[in-house]
Ligand binder design. Sequence first.
Ligand code: ZN
Ligand code: ZN
Length: 193
Amino acid sequence: MGRGRPEPAGSTGTVPGRRAFVAHVHRLRRNPGATVVVDVHGVVADLAVAGVAVPDGAEAGLTGSLASYPGGIEVTGRVRAPWRAACRRCGAPIDGMVDTEVRERCVPGGPASGDEEAYELADELDLEPLVRDAVLLALPLAPLCRETCAGLCPECGADRNVAPCGCRPPADPRWSALDALAGPGGGDPPLPA
Ligand SMILES: [Zn+2]
Ligand SMILES: [Zn+2]
């Protein structure tokens, strides 16, 4: 987008409170075609889905660029944030990192402008909603401590990653319930054994 060197638009340090993600875009909006770098980070409250969360006090950040076009501003870059979760199989704590690419439009009126995927653009550009959505979308849905995690034994609760516990796999109770339902005279004839 080269119109000379990008100049900083967003705050480059940690600003307390919600202002951390606000970029000042007055000049940028007056210059369609111009691009500035953006580097904002701060604490975003309640970044969590289904047991996977950005730890309290940990920061999310966006680095990239803001490009002005006649209808608004396009944000491109990377969103990063640390996350913590419990392994879905064994419960062991896991730490990970969201690192995801974003490319979003910000227009006056936001979704109400008719561009339902666009973010709100006012005199200032608050990038927090964009960062929040990007992190929530990128958090893992079923994190495992490792792909081969053997999980906990459903019989005795032992961590089978540590040592086999020797339990035999139980007969699946769902099938015995079905057997009972399919008793004499009811439902389909039982399958031959
Ligand atoms: Zn595990
Ligand atoms: Zn066991």
